[in-house]
Write a protein that binds this ligand. Structure first.
Ligand code: CP
Ligand code: NVA
Length: 333
């Protein structure tokens, strides 16, 4: 397997074997890290640029720690401190950064921006989240599923909430690629884009995966091995959508009833950050306005033994390290 020189923009660009290779490479890197085996000689002296047009905790820290662990330096560019998009086009930025750095991470808005960056950079570009896709999160999630359930193929994953955005899109693609059973359990208005559903169904026909869309919570969560959710309002969306989201997505909150209906084998997953209590500024603002103290997941489920959200978060670092290592080149052992 040789992914050297490739960009990592969306999982549709990768074969099932390539995706599983990255997950296995991450598991190896995780084991090395736990044993204190250093990997700093792998890419010593190289540098990566991290562009964040949206905020981040996990993704930024994962790229930074992974870069340091691989011996690389990194530069973090936040939305306000660079010329990107405002005074300089993506194509020009790509050529400038591509001449100084060995790789570029981009988190921002439309998928076409990260695709454009990759077209002009001349070095690998890694998608750290766009409106449409969050591919590095998928590797962490698959690694977590493998660790917790001991298998990937045939796993039944149910996503509840806004299934039209980056997380559900990406989960549907990864399930299709890896022969998993994906269900979007939400109001029909929030079903994923039909063209992407059709593409995933075509892939699923080759891998044994299935793609199901249902509005019925009982049917959608029955027997699920993984119950997954995400925030009801994503970064970059206007505050004005909160009212309709709370009204329309509340029936699809992940609560004890949904987990009980899935069964005791089920794990709860969330990319984080999550609104499960009143310990955040936005959580308190929403509570004051709408009178609710929990949103996409109840605190009870979030804190339960079935919740693996912090394992997922840790696995972001190991999987992002695998993506950088594979695309910059795995040294001969
Ligand atoms: N899951 C995730 O992408 O988290 P951050 O927004 O903190 O990077
Ligand atoms: N859908 C969320 C994912 C955050 C990791 C967002 O785009 O804000």
């Amino acid at each position: 397997m040789n992914l050297k020189g490739r960009s990592f923009l969306k999982l549709l660009d990768f074969t099932p074997e390539e995706i599983l290779y990255l997950v296995d490479l991450a598991a190896e890197l995780k084991e090395k890290k736990k044993k204190g085996i250093l990997t700093k000689e792998y890419h010593a002296g190289k540098n990566v640029a991290l562009i964040f047009e949206k905020t981040s905790t996990r993704t930024r820290c994962s790229f930074e720690v992974a870069a340091y662990d691989l011996g690389m330096g990194c530069t973090y560019l936040d939305p306000s401190s660079s010329q990107i998009g405002k005074k300089e086009s993506i194509a020009d930025t790509a050529r400038v950064l591509g001449s100084m750095y060995e790789g570029i991470e981009y988190r921002g808005f439309e998928q076409e921006i990260v695709e454009e960056l990759a077209k002009y950079a001349g070095v690998p570009v890694w998608n750290g989240l766009t409106n449409e896709f969050h591919p590095t999160q998928m590797l962490a999630d698959v690694l977590t599923i493998k660790e917790k359930l001991g298998r990937i193929k045939g796993v039944k994953l149910t996503y509840m909430g806004d299934a039209r955005y980056n997380m559900a899109n990406s989960l549907m693609v990864v399930c299709a690629k890896l022969g998993m059973h994906f269900t979007a359990c939400t109001s029909a208005k929030y079903f994923p884009d039909k063209a992407l559903v059709d593409t995933c169904k075509e892939i699923a026909a080759q891998t044994g995966a299935t793609i199901t869309l249902t509005e019925d919570v009982k049917e959608g969560t029955k027997g699920a091995d993984v119950v997954y959710t995400d925030v009801w309002v994503s970064m970059g969306e206007p505050d004005s959508v909160w009212t309709e989201r709370i009204k329309e997505l509340s029936p699809y909150q992940v609560n004890k009833a949904a987990m009980d209906n899935a069964g005791p084998q089920a794990i709860f997953m969330h990319c984080l950050p999550a609104f499960h209590d009143l310990k955040t500024v936005i959580g308190r603002e929403i509570s004051a306005k709408f009178g609710i103290s929990e949103m996409e997941v109840t605190d009870e489920v979030f804190e339960s033994a079935q919740s693996v959200v912090f394992d997922e978060a840790e696995n972001r670092m190991h999987t992002i390290k695998a993506v950088m290592l594979a695309t910059l080149g795995v040294p001969e052992q």
